[in-house]
Design a protein around this ligand. Structure first.
Ligand code: BES
Ligand code: ZN
Ligand code: ZN
Length: 487
């Protein structure tokens, strides 16, 4: 999809169909020309309403406000409404809030995110025919927008939305087609395209690095485990950030096998690692002036004669012993080793991990929200605020010492599950905190994306399946750190 910006008024530019976002429920704005027809069709500008007037070649889309998240959703809804039509080009005016270009960026993101559909396994593809979107800088609020500033925002939006779709594609791919080696190949290919460097550790090197816990989780799989390390290292970068992602290409639960209904969708257990790969792609393409490292633990959790077992005691890379009481709590075991490795390799200012870690996070905050944990309230807030600014939902969950006691073990240093059935998102986060070095305790946040990463219905600007959760929130955060780094 190609975007073109122009200072010409919307009436003077061409496009097969005009998209008009309507914020006012009384349909009073000058952009709304067919008030009577719209009323007749029952259109009242609600957030997810659309009304296509085919004879006029005009698509009306409702939005609750001019806030970025509402405009993003409206643009995505426009693309969904135009799916299956013969229109090849769109023209649209600009909808900004108090002259700021954030909403322009949100609109472009919405168009690209809303157009996404995963059709790899469909014999008949129904790809959208829209190739061209012309954006007139004629503005809803009649304010002036600088075309150069605007075109930079459009370009950034394209990079970020494309990276989100890149992540969605990886997550949606079946476990038969996307196993650890394939994930590493995708990372290597992306690194080559974008100029990142990429190192892949295979089982022999993983053994050398004493990542026995990660290896135990992957042992019953016919696919060898991988740890991927992507690096973006510009000159004179003052800030260093490390990202770590859970990349379970399939989570059957292992010997603590998941019930049938819970196993379906577990191809999405690689969402954290896939988000890290998408973020790294965006970081490279935006050429952010900060150093960013992305680590992915790519492993498949299966059953078999060689499987790791409840009752085993494993030793993590940092020497801590872990009593295994449930092989389905495998993500934290993989992350334990990758977090240790990441801290050994890079001395970063910030350390974030992304994981579909617990069903308990979904129970606690619902399907649409990520849980943000850590030792430092400010770092947690930085993540939550960035998520909200980027149009993702996130909320902080606090650690406490009472829950910490529930992951004690009688026979090892720590147990891989809690002795209480409640507070499971937090106890999983607290398990991870055992593998964060003291000096990094306040630099770390854990992001449980189990809720939003994969949802089996469309919501907001997200389609059925993978959403690419984590990508937009973290790119926003890294952009913020970049602007500080520049001053
Ligand atoms: N991958 C799952 C968590 C998950 C569940 C993600 C649902 C997305 C949707 C994870 O490995 C897991 O199985 N966790 C267990 C932990 C339990 C055994 C302590 C869970 O949440 O039930
Ligand atoms: Zn599991
Ligand atoms: Zn898992």
């Amino acid at each position: 999809m190609n975007f073109e910006l122009t200072v010409l008024p919307i009436a003077d530019i061409s496009g097969d169909v005009e998209v008009i976002i309507v914020v006012d429920e009384n349909l009073k704005h000058r952009f709304v020309q067919e008030k009577k027809l719209l009323k007749k069709a029952g259109f009242s500008s609600g957030q997810d309403e659309t009304c296509l007037l085919v004879e006029k070649n005009r698509l009306y889309v409702g939005a609750s406000s001019l806030e970025s998240q509402d405009i993003r959703r409206a643009a995505a809804n426009a693309m969904k409404a135009l799916k299956g039509t013969k229109y090849k080009s769109i023209k649209v005016a600009t909808y900004t809030n108090k002259g700021c270009t954030y909403t322009l960026r949100a609109m472009v993101e919405g168009f690209i995110l809303g157009e996404y559909s995963f059709e790899t396994y469909k014999s008949k593809k129904s790809k959208s025919k829209i190739k061209e979107i012309s954006i007139s800088l004629e503005e809803y609020n009649e304010e002036n927008i600088d075309i150069e500033k605007a075109s930079i925002e459009v370009h950034k939006a394209q990079i970020i939305a494309d990276a989100t779709n890149f992540t969605r594609d990886i997550v949606n791919t079946t476990p038969e087609d996307c196993y650890p080696e394939v994930m590493a190949n995708i990372a290597e290919g992306m690194a080559e395209d974008t100029g990142l460097s990429c190192k892949v550790l295979k089982p022999k090197q993983l053994r050398k690095e004493k990542m026995e816990t990660l290896l135990a989780v992957g042992r019953a799989s016919r696919h060898g485990s991988r740890v991927i390390h992507l690096t973006h290292k510009p000159k004179n970068a003052k800030v260093k950030v490390t990202l770590v992602g859970k990349g379970l290409t399939y989570d059957s639960g292992g010997l603590s096998l998941k019930p049938a209904d819970f196993m379906v969708t577990m191809k999405s257990d690689k969402s954290g690692g896939s988000a890290v790969m998408g973020i790294m792609k965006a970081v490279a393409e935006l050429d952010l002036p900060i150093e960013v490292h992305g680590f992915v633990g790519a492993v498949e959790n299966m059953i078999g004669g060689d499987a790791y077992k409840p009752d085993d005691v494993l030793t993590a890379k940092n020497g801590k012993t872990i009593e295994i009481r449930n092989t389905d709590a495998e993500g934290r075991l993989v992350l334990a080793d990758v977090l240790c490795y990441a801290q050994q390799e890079v001395n970063a200012d910030y350390l974030f991990d992304f994981a579909t870690l617990t069903g308990a996070s979904v129970v606690a905050v619902g399907h649409y929200t990520s849980s943000i944990m850590g030792n430092n309230k400010e770092v947690q807030k930085l993540v939550v605020d960035s998520a909200h600014n980027a149009g993702e939902l996130a909320t902080a969950l606090d650690f406490n010492n009472y829950l910490k006691k529930t992951i004690k073990s009688e026979i090892a240093d720590i147990c891989n599950i809690s002795n209480t059935r409640y507070g499971g998102a937090i106890t999983a986060g607290q398990f991870l905190s055992e593998f964060i070095e003291k000096k990094n305790a306040d630099k770390w946040a854990h992001i449980d994306i189990a809720g939003p990463a994969f949802v089996e219905h469309a919501w907001g600007e997200n389609p059925h399946g993978a959403s690419g959760a984590g990508v937009r929130m973290m790119v926003k955060l890294l952009e913020k750190l970049s602007s500080k780094n520049n001053h």
